[in-house]
Ligand binder design. Structure first.
Ligand code: NAG
Ligand code: NAG
Ligand code: NAG
Length: 407
């Protein structure tokens, strides 16, 4: 018991700023946007043959068993995680005016972010192409299916806030498809720290999958797990509720052994993946860790001031980011889950965060000495939209591999 916890003792250098920000200011992390509901059509769809499906039937009746004939060969062995950001003349498919549900803190345009260059990039994987997100194609692939996003996704807050907004469900009757978001920042059972409850650290129960999503697995066909930054918070770890303390992370006032968060992260994924993949043909996707980009003090105006992406090799990933990703990939592979490996592409986008524009017009009253910055989440529209483009390809690839039946 606790074997994996012992391997990683010290907090890695360089994550203090992140921790400072997390512990002092941002409790609610909606990190991986993943699925932007605004991209979906609001009204029932007429028969439509989406470009990436390229059906062979030509009828447009969409029986759910049509097969792809064109795009497949070009991209099926593509490693989307390796590539570079290239300039794109076409801007985003939505914005704060066309989409009313962007969470305030990520609506950078509406909050007065002065530069727009960060919107004109697309991810170019090495040796293959990545088509733009096609919501209609996505729905076709998910006919009669339920896809669940589980984690600290910002999708939870796109339509409203408060507790209820943490669990949302959208139904698309035209395709009998369901998309839902489950708030579960640890994947396993836990108690989130809360000033109101006088709890200054999180508590995690590493061997107990979070029932809030796991209880519904029976009706879920696709699960996308995306967590990360909440594991950097101060925390005390248990194997299960009522069990012995395994250790803690950053708990100087408690008499527990510091065990860091790497082993904990891995064990939480192992527990979650065992539940998600257990005994079924369910498709499970693991979105890898998305690095933060603090360059200086978190409360100085220019904490993530870059306005352009890094080019390949310009800024190697930090050790912590690589290690969290590595552990996720290891667990995903062991469980037969598909990686949505965004760590490198996310790491190359220091320009994509709200920074001071997490608040509306932060400099309206003149230059300010100290202002809170968000260099963790992504502006919407922004780099995170490319994650969905890859997810669409993962779903498409999978439905090709198994034919219509196992989507
Ligand atoms: C926002 O999107 C709408 C609809 O696509 C478009 O007409 C408008 O020009 C966009 N605004 C900006 C600032 O890009
Ligand atoms: C809709 O999809 C669900 C699975 O998500 C399935 O159980 C149900 O039978 C479908 N309904 C119809 C009318 O096909
Ligand atoms: C701290 O824990 C150790 C080992 O469990 C124990 O021996 C010691 O008495 C504890 N100290 C305090 C102040 O509780």
């Amino acid at each position: 018991m606790g074997g994996v916890l012992k391997d990683h003792k010290a907090a890695p250098p360089g994550h203090c700023l992140t921790r400072k920000l997390l512990t002092r200011s941002l409790y609610a992390l909606f990190l991986l946007g993943i699925l932007h509901i605004c991209l979906f059509p609001r009204r029932p769809l007429q028969a439509h043959i989406p470009s990436i499906i390229a059906t062979g039937t030509g009828t447009g009746t969409d029986t759910g068993t049509t097969t792809t004939t064109t795009v497949a060969a070009a991209t099926d062995d593509c490693d989307y995680s390796v590539g570079q950001w290239v300039r794109a003349a076409a801007g985003p498919q939505y914005n704060g005016s066309s989409c009313a549900t962007i969470k305030d803190g990520q609506n950078c345009m509406a909050h007065g972010r002065p530069d727009a260059g960060y919107l004109y990039w697309r991810w170019q994987p090495q040796g293959c192409s990545l088509p733009p997100f096609d919501a209609v194609a996505f729905l076709h692939l998910l006919r009669d299916r339920h896809v669940a996003f589980v984690g600290d996704s910002m999708a939870r807050n796109q339509l409203d806030d408060g507790e209820e907004g943490k669990f949302r469900r959208w139904r698309f009757p035209s395709h009998n498809a369901t998309v839902s978001v489950f708030w579960s920042p640890f994947l396993v059972e836990g108690v989130e720290k809360s000033a109101a409850a006088g709890l200054d650290h999180n508590e995690l129960f590493l061997d107990e999958v979070d029932r809030r999503w796991a209880a519904e697995l029976g009706s879920i066909h696709w699960v996308v797990l995306s967590v990360g930054h909440w594991f950097l918070h101060p925390a005390v770890y248990y194997d299960k509720r009522g069990g012995a303390v395994l250790g803690c992370h950053y708990c100087p006032n408690l008499n527990h052994t510091e065990v860091g968060f790497f082993g904990v992260y891995q064990r939480a994924f192992r527990t979650a993946l065992a539940a998600a993949t257990g005994g079924s043909a369910r498709n499970v996707v693991v979105a890898t860790f998305s690095p933060a980009h603090f360059e200086g003090e978190w409360d100085k105006a220019g904490a993530c001031p870059k306005t352009e992406p890094y080019s390949p090799g310009e800024k190697p990933l930090q050790w912590m980011d690589m290690e969290l990703r590595r552990l996720q990939l290891e667990e995903a592979a062991a469980a037969g889950a598909a990686p949505l490996d965004v760590t490198a592409m996310a790491g190359m986008r220091p320009d994509g965060h709200p920074g001071p524009y997490m608040r509306a017009f932060p400099f309206a009253g003149g230059a300010t000495e100290r202002v809170q910055n968000d260099c963790v989440h992504w502006c919407l529209p922004g780099p995170v939209d490319a994650w969905n483009e890859i997810l669409l390809q993962l779903v498409r690839r999978r439905s090709l591999a198994v034919g219509g039946g196992g989507r």
